[in-house]
Ligand binder design. Structure first.
Ligand SMILES: O=c1[nH]cnc2c1ncn2[C@H]1C[C@H](O)[C@@H](CO)O1
Ligand SMILES: [Zn+2]
Length: 369
């Protein structure tokens, strides 16, 4: 049962894609700084470890260093962004600019994630970190609105898999769930750190009726996805692209779903797919060979995301653009990805529906019909 994704009508242009309403569920706050902001914050904080203090060169450095073929070396680049995000002022600025940049790119709803435990090196409490980030997003939403761009943001708190603070961070997420935190995630190295190491956190979240996603199926395969869903109870999968390992003939012929792949598809478990990031970490060979084409054609609940805009030099619009070019996706596909994402967001159902009906559908109506 394949989804018909043959492009009906004109090919979306980069400009039209930028203007279309988009929804982003997987974007890291510490992976999306403007290069110039990294330079300025480093100077203000006396952070002397940047490879260069020229903003353009630094942007190139991040992209090149992240283009490493492995998740572990890709993650090393975050030492510099986290290094300059250790004060309330810096966190407010980074979050405000994040909201502004996403709004300028036509993103109307975004869930942005970060790990509070990475910003306490200079004495901030976890609570102070969360409050500074929320204040920054509120400020960024206001500035965007003043320029006529409406964006709504929510945050996800990550715990780092290699640390042992998941329960503490899950409790923090629940404490701030009425203050803009909409969910929880675990991030960091996947190989050697299975999601079940954090079962206590996930049990706590489930008994608290709280939402969470799990990075799984990026740098490790089916076992990681299976644990995330069947042991931990993840509602969505961060990346999840290795689910193709459970699809026979995925490279050609008639694809056949294994039991786990069928479960993920049939339960409509959202995949937070991040094409450019996957190419950089080696999870996919190229955009053209990325499993998103197969997964979309088989009606998995695919969403398109940026992961780390600084490290990939990308935006929601450029990810959509690259997919249009590689797979021939048309407007109906872009609307489908966007509605998939909005349906999968961690805010209330009535609010999701409202954004779909009042912003997304009207925003695509001209092109799709
Ligand atoms: O794609 C990713 N996989 C696993 N961890 C990631 C990825 N992108 C960023 N991170 C890590 C590095 C950040 O410091 C952390 C929290 O945002 O999450
Ligand atoms: Zn990620």
């Amino acid at each position: 049962m394949a989804r018909d994704s043959s492009p009906a009508g004109p090919v979306p242009t980069p400009d039209e894609i930028r203007r279309a309403p988009k929804v982003l569920l997987h974007d890291h706050l510490d992976g999306g700084l403007r290069p110039g902001t990294v330079v300025e914050l480093a100077e203000a904080a006396g952070y002397g470890a940047l490879p260069t203090t020229d903003a353009a060169e630094l942007g190139t450095w991040f992209r090149t260093a992240a283009d490493s073929g492995s998740l572990e070396s890709y993650l090393e680049t975050f030492a510099h962004t986290c290094g300059v995000m250790q004060t309330e002022q810096a966190l407010v600025r980074v979050a405000a600019e994040c909201a502004e940049d996403l709004a300028d790119d036509g993103v109307v709803y975004a869930e942005v994630r970060y790990a509070p435990e990475l910003f306490v090196e200079r004495g901030l409490s976890l609570e102070a970190v969360v409050e500074a980030v929320q204040a920054g997003f509120a400020e960024g939403e206001r500035r965007a609105a003043a320029r006529g761009r409406t964006i709504r943001t929510g945050t996800l708190l990550c715990a780092m898999r290699q640390h042992a603070r998941a329960l503490e961070i899950a409790e923090l997420a629940v404490r701030y769930r009425d203050g803009g935190v909409v969910g929880f995630d675990i991030a960091g190295p996947e190989d050697g750190f299975p999601p079940t190491r954090n079962l206590d956190a996930f049990e706590y979240l489930r008994t608290s009726n709280a939402h969470f996603t799990i990075h799984a199926g990026e740098a490790f395969g089916l076992a990681s996805i299976w644990e995330a869903i069947q042991h931990c109870g993840a509602e969505r999968l961060g990346h999840g692209v290795r689910i193709v390992d459970d699809i026979k003939n995925s490279a050609g012929g008639t694809p056949e779903l294994g039991r786990l792949a069928a479960y993920v598809r049939d339960r409509r478990i959202p995949l937070e797919v991040c094409p450019s990031s996957n190419v950089q970490t080696g999870a996919a060979r190229s955009i053209a060979e990325h499993p998103i084409g197969l997964l979309a054609s088989m009606s998995f609940r695919v969403t398109v995301n940026t992961d780390n805009r600084l490290m990939s030099g990308c935006s929601m619009s450029s990810e959509f653009g690259a997919l249009v070019e590689a797979f021939g996706f048309g407007w109906a596909d872009l609307q489908w990805f966007t509605i998939n994402a909005m349906k999968s967001a961690f805010i209330d159902f009535d609010q999701r529906l409202d954004i779909i009906n009042t912003i997304i559908k009207p925003g695509y109506a001209r092109q799709v019909n």
